[in-house]
Design a protein around this ligand. Structure first.
Ligand code: SF4
Length: 336
């Protein structure tokens, strides 16, 4: 790609997509937050959550000083909570440093910052020559350069070519270039649909010339995952105005999440919750949910007459719910 084509792409991006909140409120901190949020989540989902997150934690010190529960609460709606923990961990490390790390080597040393995020901070946050190869950039460059390979492999080839300066060895603003390639991947050059007529790169796009726009990156066909059925009893246990919750243990499924007392019902090899044998749930109402490979029927029991181990328990009034990180299924059960 030569400079004038890169500038044409950048001009197109700036005239259409400059108004994203993390582009308006640009700093190394907001770049770090937005780039971690945007991994695995769409721009439209991230927009409102980014604004409320930055309002609550306006800088790296504010985030570093927050408790994990506060961070997870502010992350609600974005899913993949391990990202929130990684971001929190990175903020705590950076806050103790003498300024924001400014090389790939220093950034990657921080647990919580991976290769993609390090390159995004360098390119988008600092405008250095770096390429944050996410799915969009991989797809656009694979098609533009005519690299026909599997998803992931195309990215590796692009990364090698970029590091050895065989590709994109041009004098442009790398912040703008990265963002415009991402914009193109979200709009005209999507995984299953292209709009090459509108594309600012159409004149030199190799896969378009060869009529193979949708042939790369190829997807590995995944085995269909058969969901396992799981029946769980969720107990709404109320005393005065307070509800009983338990915190999931560290290192276990859904760690640190507050949950209603929960039991696995009969004949299951699973050990996420205590097993409840010989308990009939036939008469109980239920709601369905899915998580990872499980299709769950959540049976709801309102009682305070069964014996529960009060160790590690947390009592919350309904006014407290919004200050804690509760899963969406727990909220649905409480509103049932
Ligand atoms: S011309 Fe088509 S295939 Fe090539 S980069 Fe543009 S949208 Fe993608």
């Amino acid at each position: 790609m030569n400079v004038s084509l890169a500038q044409k792409l950048i001009k197109w991006s700036k005239s259409n997509y400059a108004d994203l909140p993390w582009r308006r409120q640009r700093s190394l901190y907001t770049t770090l937050v937005s780039e971690i949020m945007l991994q695995q989540t769409t721009v439209s989902t991230v927009k409102p959550r980014f604004l409320s997150f930055i309002k609550k934690f306006p800088d790296i010190s504010a985030l570093a000083c927050a408790s994990e529960a506060e961070v997870l609460k502010a992350w609600e709606g974005l899913g993949y909570y391990s990202r929130a923990r990684r971001l929190h961990f990175a903020a705590k490390k950076i806050d103790l440093m003498d300024g924001f790390p400014d090389t790939f080597e220093k950034l990657i040393e921080i647990k919580g910052i991976g290769k993609y995020t390090a390159n995004a901070v360098l390119a988008i946050g600092m405008n250095k020559r770096a390429l944050a190869i996410d799915a969009n950039i991989e797809r656009v460059l694979a098609r533009y350069l005519g690299i026909y390979n599997y998803k992931g492999k195309c990215g590796e080839e692009i990364d090698k070519g970029f590091s050895s300066k065989k590709i994109l060895d041009i004098d442009v603003n790398f912040r703008d270039l990265n963002e415009s390639l991402m914009d193109l991947g979200r709009t005209y050059c999507k995984a299953n649909k292209v709009n090459c007529i509108m594309c600012p790169l159409k004149e030199n796009c190799l896969s378009l010339k060869e009529n193979k726009e949708l042939s790369t990156p190829q997807r590995l066909v995944k085995k269909k995952v058969i969901k396992e059925d799981l029946n769980i009893l969720r107990v709404i246990y109320q005393r005065s105005n307070k509800y009983l919750f338990f915190k999931r243990p560290k290192g276990k499924w859904l760690q640190d999440q507050l949950e209603l007392p929960s039991f696995i019902i009969a004949n299951s090899k699973l050990k996420q919750y205590p097993l409840l044998k010989k308990f009939s749930v036939q008469e109980l109402p239920h709601i369905e949910s899915t998580i990872t490979k499980y299709k769950i029927k959540n049976y709801i029991l309102n009682t305070n007459s069964i014996k529960l181990d009060p160790k590690k328990s947390v009592w919350l009034s309904s006014d407290d719910f919004e200050n804690h990180h509760l899963s969406s299924v727990t909220k649905k059960i409480l509103n049932f």
